[in-house]
Design a protein around this ligand. Sequence first.
Ligand code: NAD
Length: 467
Amino acid sequence: MSSDRAKARTETVEEVRERLGETFESGRTTNVVWRERQLKAVITLVEKHEKELTEAMAADLGKPAFEGWLTDLLTTRDEAKYALKHLDDWMKATKHAVPSVAQPGKAWTQSQPLGTVLVIAPWNYPVQLLLSPLVGALAAGNTVVLKPSELAPATSAVLAELVPQHLDPDAVAVVEGGVDVTTELLDQPWDHILFTGSTRVGQVVMEAAAKHLTPVTLELGGKSPTIVAGDADLKVAARRIAWAKWLNAGQTCVAPDYVLVEEHVADTFTRHVVEELASVRDRAEPTSIVNSSHLARLEGLLDGHGGEELLPRKVDADSRTFAPVVVREPDLDSPLMQEEIFGPILPIVSVESVADAVKFVNKRPRPLALYVFSESGDTSSDVLWRTTSGSACVNHAVYQVAIPSMPFGGVGPSGMGAYHGKAGFDTFSHTKSILRRPTKGDMKVAYAPYSGMVQKVMRMVTRWPSR
Ligand code: NAD
């Protein structure tokens, strides 16, 4: 164990926050060279330790090495590379016009780091969802406490070992632990909290943050709908939806949760999707369900859904693998259609028209993502305008989160705030408005009591209509 990790363990969370707060106060994190060095260190960390990190994710989640590389390491590296490339621009001050009342003077806005921030991550993409927010926080010049998920313990341990080896150990600290440790962390007065996880725990985080009026970014979950219009390329739609549902065994916040398909193509689409999932379930190495209670939760969702199950159930308690299941026309008030599935079960619901699918979506909480499959630009555009979701993708799923320049976040119960690219920099920055006025030529007449002449001139220069 490195001495830094030992140090982190012997400190209380308050001491860790104070130590990082002192580093922030020293001013070194505002320096662009420091920020660049940290971003390069994130790149080195994921590139150099690909083996340890993918092995840890395999130990925690049975994640195949290539998927771990693709979804966690490559995404993190690209996030850091993008920030490095644009950092100078993001840090530049923006000039503002000065109205006549405040003349003479120069006005500008400047992004400033918030201070010492807390990042809390879930287990499903345990590297990406911890280190990508870190990129935004470091680019903005903050000191950062990282809380990896206790449900991915091997990855948490590897990150706790590697982070202090690569990053400034007095500016970035990993605090490992479960709910008790998170609760202790949430008692502290942070300058910002970015939480990724469930809507339920998001409420806990926001309540705790409210005590200190700490601003929060909440990256939450929910049921992301997928609309398949009658004119969609049904084969391609089925392949892509099956891929997105099966990725990480469905344990993806932006996974298509359920499908709404126009009824005249529902049989054909269902046949294609069943074929796709049947072929991947035999071919691909399955990612495990994170733990036995989530496995039991998924089995529970299959009880009492009232629909027709296509593809036989295949659950292995030892390896915690759960083969994909398609459920045709489940009861809409069954838990399967009420709760976020977060596993490889795909409900398919027929609707009369795309307009009905839109009504269906709008009656439910605003989702993190929405997918629409259609060959018509008008249809997809109409769906996008009439629904509200954190993000959306037309004719594919999940990939919208891999565009480093686009903000990623939810809306309403699926989250608040965003990160990735400049949005991450902005999330962890305060935009300070600054006015500088010269002292030379100061005129006493500009102060109260205002003479009649001054009042007249002020009305004239501000183009106030004469009475
Ligand atoms: P979770 O909410 O159970 O846990 C997330 C974090 O919160 C963990 O670090 C955990 O230690 C902590 N935590 C758990 N219970 C707590 C409590 N009572 N008090 C304080 N802290 C607590 O989420 P999870 O099971 O790790 O992840 C799955 C959820 O996360 C799903 O709902 C999924 O949609 C969502 N998610 C969202 C995104 C996104 O980017 N929007 C990404 C991945 C996952």
